[in-house]
Design a protein around this ligand. Structure first.
Ligand SMILES: Cc1ncc(COP(=O)(O)O)c(C=O)c1O
Length: 397
């Protein structure tokens, strides 16, 4: 940390007044544009973290600013007693682009998952066959509410917060044989990330997803795909389930959907959603008009085939450059990618230390899993930023 840095002052206040549940970088962002960010000392960074897969169209995107300011001048909040035009438009687009016919809006991925599990249980009880059991997978991450840490596979997230939610079974991700014993007539729903992001970008195999879809259908259990991180173009398809060519019963979306505005969405079919009659669930801020207006624009841009093809082209560029770096430096034991979502397992170095050195050199990355560098940049990052960022990473090693 530099003496007399403008970053220091705010960082000290942060430590004084904020709950110590995060440990942010020593620098403080002042402004950002595209995939570049500047701190309070005007130092420039290339952003490969994308706010952890949130800034899908980069920082200060003019189309998103336009959507936000237009909506801000019209109406900010209406409550769920009144029809929210911005939410209706977004729901219309989501249903046109996906398997879904009905949408519930919330403010985050955790809330979207909370709604998904409630919908699944309500669906079974409304059909006079109540089921409570939920199946989830080891290594998964679904959020930080009590329900979501109970679903998740990370012990650290659970310790000290017990009792957790009962009725949850954990299976082994990608263990096809294990699925037979896991799913039964008691299962209300199975929740899965098609690609486990927090674990370090680990993909479910096609065979595993196929088996999961067929077993849930046989037993009348609902298949929930948690696409909070994998969705909205991240994998080079609009949603990850499209990549697997299966149809879920419920899908949760958040993060990149708002491009930086807080929004969560739970998507389902009409026949499943019907059980959620007035009074069964709700959210004061869910479907906020400004968040929905921005998300509607994000979705219009990202759902374009040419845009998604570009995501896949840039994935190839990233992977090529990372492999070249690794041939020279031998720092990664594995490089996994799914679109613009890349996990690099470090061999001899600790991810937190590498990330600190990246900050020193003007590059933002995030960690994942036990010792993995995760890249989840803006989906519209340009080739020059990719090349320059990888060059910085090379210098860091
Ligand atoms: C797959 C997945 N589900 C749910 C969540 C929780 O989302 P939020 O932090 O918006 O509650 C995350 C966040 O990282 C996630 O990656």
């Amino acid at each position: 940390m530099k003496e007399n840095s403008k970053n220091n002052h705010l960082r000290e206040i942060y430590d004084d007044v904020m709950l110590p549940n995060y440990a942010p970088a020593y620098f403080v962002p002042e402004s950002a544009k595209g995939s570049r960010l500047w701190d309070k000392d005007n130092k420039e960074y290339i952003d490969f973290g994308g706010g952890i897969a949130v800034n899908s169209l980069g920082h200060a995107n003019p189309d998103l600013i336009d959507a936000l300011t237009k909506q801000a001048q019209k109406i900010w909040h209406v409550s769920n007693y009144l029809t929210n035009e911005s939410a209706v438009k977004l729901a219309q687009q989501l249903t046109e682009l996906t398997f879904a016919e009905s949408v519930f809006f919330s403010n985050s991925g955790s809330e979207a998952n909370e709604a998904a599990i409630k919908i699944a249980r309500k669906y079974h009880s409304s059909n006079n066959s109540p089921r409570s059991e939920i199946v989830s997978f080891e290594g998964s991450f679904h959020g930080r509410s009590l329900l979501n840490i109970s679903l998740g596979g990370t012990e650290l997230h659970k310790k000290g917060f017990e009792p957790l939610m009962p009725g949850i079974k954990h299976g082994v991700f990608n263990d096809i044989k294990g699925l037979e014993n896991l799913i039964s007539e008691k299962t209300a729903a199975v929740i899965i990330e098609p690609v486990q992001g927090e674990a370090g970008v680990y993909s479910a195999t096609q065979e595993f997803m196929d088996k999961l879809r067929s077993l849930t259908s046989i037993h009348g259990a609902l298949l929930i795909v948690d696409e909070v991180q994998s969705g909205v173009g991240r994998m080079g398809s609009l949603y990850g389930y499209m990549h697997y060519e299966i149809e879920p019963d419920i899908l949760t979306s958040a993060k990149g959907l708002g491009g930086g505005m807080p929004i969560g969405a739970t998507l389902t079919t009409r026949s499943i959603g019907e059980s959620m009659q007035p009074g069964t669930h709700g959210s004061t801020f869910g479907g906020n008009p400004m968040a929905c207006a921005v998300a509607d624009t994000v979705l219009t841009v990202v759902s374009d085939k040419e845009f998604l093809d570009e995501v896949l082209r840039k994935e190839k560029l990233f992977v090529k450059l990372l492999n070249e770096l690794n041939e020279e430096k031998s720092v990664f034991s594995a490089i996994r990618s799914e679109g613009l979502w890349i996990g690099c397992d470090l061999i001899n170095e600790e991810s937190s230390k590498v990330i600190d050195r990246c900050y020193d050199n003007g590059l933002i990355l995030v960690s994942a899993g036990s010792n993995c560098l995760r890249l989840a940049p803006a989906l519209n990052i340009n080739d020059d930023d990719i090349k320059e960022g990888i060059e910085i990473l090379k210098q860091v090693f």
